[in-house]
Design a binder for this molecule. Structure first.
Ligand code: NAP
Length: 494
């Protein structure tokens, strides 16, 4: 790196970091550094390459509004297409010139004297920036389960987030731990290859039917030639996702029957795939739809009816060098252990690096000692010139792009005003932050998180204190509108 002085340092080269860079470019900031600990861009879509990976939100919605891709091969595109889309965006918006890979950020500290962020890299180098953007995502710290004996396992361990493409599963006796969105995609694929598969499920997940449309070359040509046709599909998928999330989750108090209908669709989906009542019971969630991230699959349930697939729900006692011993004493001898055990959202994340603001305020510590909070899910008092993307109350809708583009709107209004006033620093006021937090808590009172039966869901959407501060519990539409009219007096500028 030749210079150490930047307009902005962005931590994370995924879709969030790239969105922030595009917004900053539009606003006239061109001296940027986008840092990422991985060896290429794309964030989660670079890291995740496990078999069966597809996006589980319609691709028309799971993409930037301003950069439609007519060439998705399916409504739910395979992971590799998302990685290619990320590369296309980086090239088209000329973002690669800012990117530095294999660059681990240790921490960032606001320096009052220079009115700059000092960003420290592993290895000791310090970069200075007027603005700091944390774009590390909610799901960036893979979690290894703390099951007794896991390190003694003598066979092969495959991590969903660190897949070994060269390892052949053919004919293996495998076990998988984890039945979240990742497990639901992996399990049917594993079952096709291995001789024998045992699935260790702790908590069943809501699995909904998937409208798995393929977009052939003809459809792609139509989308490319007449963009309005794809816009129409996008509007439909956007509206469907937004309606379902808002009605089934955030308006649970007023519209509980919508949540019940969603649950009934899930039950029918199970019923049609599985005739065995006991197997169906084991795969049935005992918590309300929407407490935990639901997912989509037309093949997951059917996989459990295959003779080479076994479902274990009694819990794991320990792992031995040659297999897994259940709490009931049953041992399954396996040579391959697949971990689809998700992410640490709360301990080593939020924030993913140490961030120290004015008056020595430590962001992670402050969030934990007080409440998780961020104004409009983006800015925090005593953290001038800092934007944090995967923050409390930032997550809007089910597509990460909704969150990123909502935040890009916030940036345009905020930085536009900063420039209009000829100012160089902004900071959200304590009062605005407190008002926003109150509003989020009030809205959450109507949600499935508060009123539903979520106790047994083990959902990462809740923290250890039983709070659920990740989502902004509103429609995407309402979040977008808020970015266009938040009071500019909510910020001090100097
Ligand atoms: P997850 O939803 O957190 O699921 C982790 C699974 O591992 C759960 O079934 C969990 O059981 C289990 N587990 C963890 N520790 C365990 C232990 N010690 N013993 C037994 N089981 C254990 O993680 P994920 O499946 O990776 O999905 C995370 C998120 O990534 C999703 O919610 C979604 O937002 C995103 N995602 C998106 C896509 C996509 O769009 N293509 C695909 C995959 C993931 P419990 O439930 O009992 O804790």
């Amino acid at each position: 790196m030749t210079t150490t002085q930047f307009d902005a340092v962005i931590v994370g080269a995924g879709f969030g970091g790239m969105g922030a860079a595009i917004a900053l470019n539009e606003l006239g900031y061109h001296n940027l550094a986008i840092l990422d600990r991985e060896d290429d861009l794309g964030g989660t879509w670079h890291v995740n390459r496990y078999p069966g990976l597809t996006v589980d939100v319609p691709s028309t919605t799971y993409s930037y509004w301003f950069e439609p891709n007519p060439y998705w091969s399916r409504l739910y595109a395979p992971g590799a297409e998302l990685k290619s889309y990320a590369e296309h965006v980086a090239d088209k918006y000329d973002l690669r010139r800012y990117m530095r890979f294999n660059t681990v950020v240790d921490g960032a500290r606001w320096d009052d004297e220079t009115q700059r962020w000092l960003v420290t890299l592993a290895g000791g180098q310090t970069l200075q920036a007027q603005f700091l953007v944390l774009a590390t995502g909610y799901l960036c710290q893979p979690k290894k389960p703390d099951i007794p004996g896991i390190d003694t396992f003598a066979g092969t361990v495959l991590h969903a987030q660190d897949w070994d493409d060269d390892y052949s599963l053919r004919g293996k006796r495998a076990a998988i731990i984890g039945t979240g969105s990742t497990g639901v995609q992996l399990i049917p694929k594993l079952a096709e290859d291995v001789a024998d598969l045992t699935v260790y499920q702790r908590t069943p997940i809501w699995v909904m039917p998937k409208l798995d449309l393929s977009f052939g070359p003809r459809t792609q040509r139509i989308f490319a030639r007449f963009p309005a046709t794809q816009r129409f599909v996008r509007l439909s998928s956007d509206m469907f996702m937004d309606f379902m999330t808002t009605l089934a989750m955030w308006k649970f108090r007023q519209l509980r029957p919508i949540n019940t209908i969603a649950a009934k669709i899930g039950a029918l989906h199970r019923f049609l795939a599985i005739r065995d009542k006991e197997l169906r019971r084991k795969l049935t969630p005992d918590y309300d739809f929407g407490c935990k991230r639901p997912t989509l699959s037309n093949v997951y349930y059917r996989t459990f009816t295959k003779p080479n697939v076994h479902l274990e729900t009694g819990g794991i006692d320990r792992i031995e060098p040659d297999g897994i011993v259940g709490r009931d004493g049953t041992k399954r001898v396996v040579d391959t252990l697949v971990l689809a055990t998700g992410f640490d959202v709360w301990e080593s994340n939020l924030p993913a690096i140490e961030v120290i603001g004015r008056e020595g305020r430590d962001l992670g510590k402050w969030w934990r000692e007080n409440r998780f909070q961020a104004y409009e899910g983006m800015t925090v008092p005593l953290f001038p010139n800092m934007l944090t993307q995967a923050s409390p109350y930032a997550w809007v809708g089910m597509s990460w792009f909704d969150t990123v583009e909502t935040q890009m709107r916030h940036m345009r209004r905020l930085f536009g005003e900063l420039q209009r006033r000829g100012a160089t620093t902004f900071e959200v006021t304590e009062d605005a932050n407190a008002r926003f937090l109150d509003e989020m808590l009030r809205l959450l009172d109507d949600s499935v998180f508060r009123l539903g039966n979520c106790a047994t869901s083990r959902s990462y959407w809740f923290n250890g204190r039983g709070e659920s501060p990740l989502f902004r519990p509103t429609s995407v539409r309402s979040a977008v509108k808020a970015q266009e009219r938040f009071p500019l007096t909510d910020y001090t500028m100097a």
